[in-house]
Design a protein around this ligand. Structure first.
Ligand code: KIV
Length: 271
């Protein structure tokens, strides 16, 4: 039975129920009002205001440069548009890294100033005291393990994570720790499908995958990638549902032609 059809508003409680009922959770990113409105109306369960805004909105090579104020700006714009989806905002690089009080202050700023429903934080055991502090203060947290783009300078590569036993075991332990600490869900990025399924089976909270196979409880993609707006990013896990880059360039080219040839505006398009 589908939980999702009848509900007016997706909450962390609804997500837990979806997992219990075996209903997959659909999550996408959005960063602005207009896109978030469409995504919400289309029936997505979770909208992630991801720090991937750093790449797709600001043109940075990594997620590291985006600031707390910039994440708050994107979060606020998205929240205004949304009626039904659960809105999760990423804590940007450097705002949750070993000083629990500072992390809590950043988390409170995001929740207070955006009106979002929850936060997402990259990392496991190393920052668990920060995560605990935030959850204990009543703020819902989604964990993020596997490939963690905020640690790109440590890894040096965006290849599949946790292929080796030691790293896989650490990921499982971190996932259990995040659940025990009170996270309401976890994102697993770019790991072997078998490991994703194993973690999803072991945890009671929903596990949402991006490049983590079909055995997890839900999927997330970056909206610019799945709509075919970003052109150079084509990992194996990405399914493109549109080729918007070509559509947009075609439409803009047509407009340029119409302006140059004085076809636009015509008589009906002026006062
Ligand atoms: O920032 C982001 O878009 C993310 C997803 C890739 C999960 O963290």
């Amino acid at each position: 039975m589908s939980v999702h059809k009848e509900i007016k508003r997706v909450t962390t409680h609804v997500l837990a129920e979806m997992k219990r009922n075996g209903e997959k959770i659909a999550m996408l990113t959005s960063y602005d009002y207009s896109m978030a409105k469409l995504v919400d109306q289309a029936g997505i369960d979770i909208i992630l205001v991801g720090d991937s805004a750093s790449n797709v909105m600001a043109g940075n090579e990594t997620t590291l440069p985006i600031t707390l104020d910039q994440m708050i700006y994107h979060g606020k714009s998205v929240v205004k548009a949304v009626n039904r989806s659960l809105v999760v905002v990423d804590m940007p690089f450097g705002t949750c890294s070993g000083n629990p009080l500072e992390s809590l202050n950043a988390a409170i700023r995001i929740m207070k100033e955006t009106g979002a429903d929850a936060l997402k934080i990259e990392g496991g055991k190393e920052i668990i005291t920060d995560i605990k502090k935030i959850i204990d203060a009543g703020l819902p947290v989604m964990g993020h393990l596997g490939l963690m783009p905020q640690s790109i300078n440590k890894y040096g590569t965006y290849t599949v994570r946790a292929k080796e036993d030691v790293e896989a075991q650490k990921l499982i332990e971190d996932a259990i720790l995040l659940e025990e600490t009170g996270c309401f869900a976890i994102v697993l990025e770019k790991i072997p499908a078998e490991l994703g399924e194993r973690v999803a089976k072991q945890l009671k909270i929903p596990v949402i995958g991006i490049g983590a196979g079909g055995g997890v409880d839900g999927q997330v993609l970056v909206i610019h990638d799945m709509l075919g707006i970003s052109q150079s990013f084509s990992p194996r896990f990405l399914r493109r549902y549109l080729n918007l880059a070509d559509e947009i360039k075609g439409a803009v080219g047509h407009y340029v032609q119409d302006v140059k040839s004085c076809d636009f505006p015509n008589e009906k398009e002026q006062y």
